[in-house]
Design a protein. Sequence first.
Length: 373
Amino acid sequence: MIGTRGVPANYGGFETCVEELGRRLAERGHEVTVYCRSSSYPERLPAYLGMELVYLPCLKGKAVETLSHTFLSVLHASFMRSFDVLMVFNAANSPALAVPRLLGKKIAINTDGLEWKRGKWGVVARRYYKSAEWLSTRLADRIVADSTGIQDYYRDTYGKESTYIAYGAYPGVSRDPKLIEPMGLKPGGYFLQVTRFEPENNPLLTIQAYKKLKTDKKLVLVGGVPYRSGYAEEMARLAKGDPNIIMPGYIFEKELLNELWCNSFAYVHGNEVGGTNPALLQSMGSASFVIAIDVPFSRDVLSGAGIFFDKDAASLAQKMNWAIENKDGLEPFRKRAVDRIKEHYSWEMVADGYEALFYGLAGPDAVADLNKA
């Protein structure tokens, strides 16, 4: 597994996917190797949850860190090891696939969302990401799409069929609600959004909408950006002086995040350009009432398990206010959300999908070898 920071997962969605998928494949008897960035792991475990870990360096810098590490990883995987399949994450890594492709290696790539639409990138970067999408359809043996919206996009844009394998989540249960008390919160007393503070995720819009409400419920925005951002600075300016808007930054403690999700009154999902969003799935698994931006990715995941707002502060404020006024009628939404996670987004189902994909790519000889083992 190539193209992420590695495991143990301590950053984002792809890292969590690698951890949850890799551990299950290892439990099923497969040999799994994860390539990790040396700079992300001061303590370098040789193995983790049955997965072998290989640490390699990378160049520093937002534009080159991921691709430089992926280049080294595919070279190591191609010349130093004999893998049945290379599973690569992120379409931006597609230029690194040229060497294993020439060597006849079997390659699958999970393209992620539509990175070129993200507001943080300039013209040159957007052109690169768009070109990388196209290149992934030429160099990989199989494209993996984590939503039907992404599947449709690759079919309509590039004439390329892909394999749909969703992202996963766990049903969440509140075990220690006192963990949120130091933040000045109580169960059911706040709206929640967990996201990077970037324009296409719309956390600024959430603040603008919240300030239109007359409510004693608070707003909690978990996240940030790892670089200086005028957008994030505008969020801080708008929230300044309002004690009911809480912005604690990134939170990596899983127990605290679980309590925040499970005890929220409602979850606001504003991500426009990704595929299946991990935070949205986790909010659903935690029985949150979800108010999501009205884009195909949101509707694909939520179906009837939430309500939708237009990209407009007045629209979001209206839906937040509707939730407040109809608090006794939100339970059916919460139940449908948890049921959808159990039925469509369990990690076991995700592992089943990837395992079938890898069997198909590796061919009958690899399957026979596994059966012998």
